[in-house]
Design a protein around this ligand. Structure first.
Ligand code: NDP
Length: 323
């Protein structure tokens, strides 16, 4: 079968579309999926560059996919032909993937492979951030950086579903308009405006209850100044580069703040939590409460272009690959 690997680690030009061995028959508890749609996520950039370490050589890319079960191992509760999606199992930039059946999510009939592949990883991230890490309530206000991004547009919508007031940051007017269309109450162009000053103005000087920050290096420290006393800083990514070391005393000086650096893995390891998050997302998709914006579908062989566009800040919403 065909697959995309990073060899050697480095820039998008190092992504190679190569032949790899076909999947073995699945072990007990596993299933082989024929992929129909593959999600592109910033985490793939980190595995490609080597910021996140993978044990195998060459490194297999991709953490999210949707497709059809073509073989199920003993005890795997799926029939051949079942439509499924999954996140957080690496190797989805391929024609087939072997995945633990426990992580597979049945796709409802009304939801397409593309929609499912566009929503599982970033949607479950948006869900745990807004419903668990800092469970938003009506009357609370959140600040969401890179609000037009794949994770961003979904966090905006889930924060609104939770009843919060949403302030989003983006780099361009076109992205601002997209974020407004997805329900944000206020949008700040953080490339032109001082987002601390604007956030203070919008909150009557009080600051926000929580910041969801996926941008990292360029936004982290100023984000602490946007929080009200005892507010929570959720640093969940580093699209602009990693955040350096932090002195805990800084959190005291900025107003007894809370800081967390969460990962999706710890919020879906319990099957009940995994299915709660996925069922909410699929239900909201079916009822129209949640919109998925798929900006572009690339050929699997052209994964490098998807990476260039994502890293180049050219994209809004989701990018997919088609095998
Ligand atoms: P996005 O679609 O959000 O793309 C990145 C966006 O970040 C850009 O569009 C851009 O928006 C903004 N950005 C700001 N500065 C830079 C820069 N210097 N270079 C590139 N982009 C920049 O990507 P994803 O939704 O896939 O992921 C966003 C982040 O969230 C990643 O760091 C990812 O690892 C993290 N993440 C973490 C998870 C977790 O559980 N911890 C799970 C899922 C994602 P703009 O032009 O508006 O500034």
């Amino acid at each position: 079968m065909k697959a995309v690997v990073a060899e050697p680690l480095g820039g998008p030009e190092n992504l190679k579309y190569i032949d790899v061995p076909d999947p073995e028959p699945p072990a007990p508890g596993q299933a082989v999926i024929q992929l129909e749609a593959i999600g592109v996520n910033f985490i793939d950039v980190y595995f490609r560059s080597g910021l996140y370490k993978a044990p195998e050589t060459p490194v297999r890319l991709g953490n999210e996919g949707a497709g059809i079960v073509v073989a199920a191992g003993e005890g795997a509760p799926f029939e051949k032909g079942a439509r499924v999606a999954y996140a957080m199992a690496r190797g989805s930039y391929a024609e087939y993937a072997t995945v633990a059946a426990a992580s597979l999510l049945p796709i409802p009939d009304d939801v397409s492979f593309e929609q499912a592949a566009a929503v599982v990883l970033q949607g479950m991230t948006a869900h745990y951030l807004t419903h668990s890490t800092f469970a938003l309530k009506p009357g609370q206000t959140c600040l969401i950086h890179a609000a037009a991004g794949g994770a961003g547009l979904l966090i905006v919508q889930l924060a609104k579903i939770a009843g919060a007031t949403v302030i989003g940051t983006v780099s361009t007017e076109a992205k601002a308009s997209m974020v407004r269309q997805h329900g944000a109450d206020h949008v700040i162009l953080y490339t032109h405006q001082d987002f601390v000053e604007e956030t203070k103005k919008l909150t009557g000087g009080k600051g926000v209850d929580v910041v969801y920050d996926s941008v990292g290096s360029t936004t982290f420290h100023k984000s602490l100044d946007c929080l009200k006393p005892r507010g929570m800083m959720v640093s969940f990514g580093q699209s602009s580069g990693p955040v350096g070391p932090i002195d805990p005393l800084l959190l005291t000086q900025k107003g007894s703040l809370f800081l967390t650096r969460p990962s999706l893995a710890q919020y879906v390891s319990d099957p009940a939590e995994l299915h709660w998050r996925a069922n909410d997302l699929f239900r909201w998709l079916e009822t129209g409460q949640l919109k998925v914006h798929i900006q572009q579908v690339y050929a699997l062989s052209d994964a490098a272009s998807a990476h260039r566009d994502l890293e180049g800040r050219k994209t809004t919403g989701k990018l997919l690959l088609r095998p």
